[in-house]
Design a protein around this ligand. Structure first.
Ligand code: PHE
Length: 341
């Protein structure tokens, strides 16, 4: 029996030495020497065959060896765990002398930043900033703006119609109607926001951004319109900017105009961007039509007013030299991160 125990111990020492710090092999050694089919378990079963005098000593010897094996295995397991950690630390070494990565900074979308800048210019001039629903009704988007149901100019708006008399607003002008309905003159307001038209090609998106300005008071004339436009674009682009009005038709203004600013790419000399004209068209403008005032209950014999509109997307593109409209809606972070706030 003692000989057998000695052999087991020798075999165990050899096996555990060989297993080293490999956790899987240590586990295999544990199963082999402490498991149900281990030689120690077999010896235990033979204890019964020994005489009463021999039995206690033999039992003690077996238990002793078992304990010693258990202890050795525990140590080996600890060593294996420490070894694994050591290995991991070596494999993934950290160079603490490297400079840190700079934190990621978000930025404002160029359209949003342009909108905020325009809002600030108007706010500094004493205008309020108004918003309204993007799902509008026919009255506010068309009828109150002197566009009755059969008016041919409705075609030009490429409207998305919804259920009933609902539609996606085709311009921000309905916000002017809503403001005039709820407030009496003097009114000085701008309404920025999203608008929708059934247009989709290289230079048009079905959703884009407008900002319209409206002033209503006694004695307001076209000169105020021209002067305000001049001031706004000089503040936005710089004192070198010139503005001009060209006669044009919009149902809700009379007289109506389209307005241009001198090309900011070539300074008015003529280039590819302004198609050699030296001017860039920015939007529509004009004196509020008496029919619009009547629709909102403002007396056109007492009050007059002007309005002008602009496309924010177009202005953001000109400002940053962006030549593809799609870049504005693709949300590519590589593009957007070029406009730090
Ligand atoms: N609401 C017009 C449009 O979207 C623009 C405009 C505004 C024209 C104000 C004249 C006066 O087409």
């Amino acid at each position: 029996m003692l000989d057998a125990l000695r052999t087991i111990e020798e075999e165990f020492r050899a096996a555990i030495d060989e297993a080293g710090a490999d956790p899987e092999r240590v586990e295999a050694v544990r199963v082999r020497f402490l498991g149900r089919k281990s030689p120690l378990t077999a010896l235990m079963k033979q204890l019964g065959k020994l005489s009463a005098e021999e039995r206690p000593a033999a039992g003690q010897a077996i238990n002793q060896l078992k304990k010693s094996i258990q202890q050795s295995i525990e140590e080996a397991v600890e060593k294996a765990a420490a070894g694994a950690l050591e290995q991991e630390l070596q494999d993934s070494s950290v160079d603490v002398t490297l400079p840190p990565r700079s934190p990621w900074r978000g930025s404002q979308h160029p359209v949003h930043a342009t909108r905020r800048e325009l809002e600030r210019i108007f706010r500094d001039l004493g205008y309020t900033i108004e918003t309204g629903p993007e799902v509008e009704d026919d009255f506010h988007n068309f009828q109150a703006l002197n566009l009755p149901p059969e008016h041919p100019a409705r075609d030009a708006q490429d409207t998305f119609y919804l259920e009933g008399d609902r539609l996606l607003r085709t311009h921000t002008s309905p916000v002017q109607i809503r403001t005039m309905e709820s407030r009496r003159p003097p009114i000085r307001m701008v309404c920025p926001g999203r608008v929708y038209r059934r247009d989709h090609d290289a230079t048009h998106l079905p959703m884009f951004h407008q900002l319209e300005a409206l002033v209503v008071d006694k004695g307001i004339s076209m000169a105020h319109l021209k002067g305000t436009m001049d001031r706004v674009w000089k503040t936005f682009y710089g004192e070198q900017v010139k503005t001009r009005l060209r006669p044009a038709y919009f149902p809700f203004v009379e007289p109506g105009a389209e307005y241009d600013i001198s090309c900011q790419v070539c300074g008015g000399e003529g280039c590819r961007v302004c198609k050699q004209t030296g001017w860039i068209e920015l939007g529509g403008a004009g004196m509020v039509h008496p029919a619009v005032f009547e629709a909102v209950g403002i007396d056109p014999d007492v009050y007059s007013g002007w309005a002008f509109g602009l496309g924010i997307d177009r202005i953001a593109m000109m400002r940053h030299g962006i030549d593809d409209l799609r870049l504005l809606v693709e949300n590519d972070v590589r593009f957007l991160s070029q406009f730090p706030t």
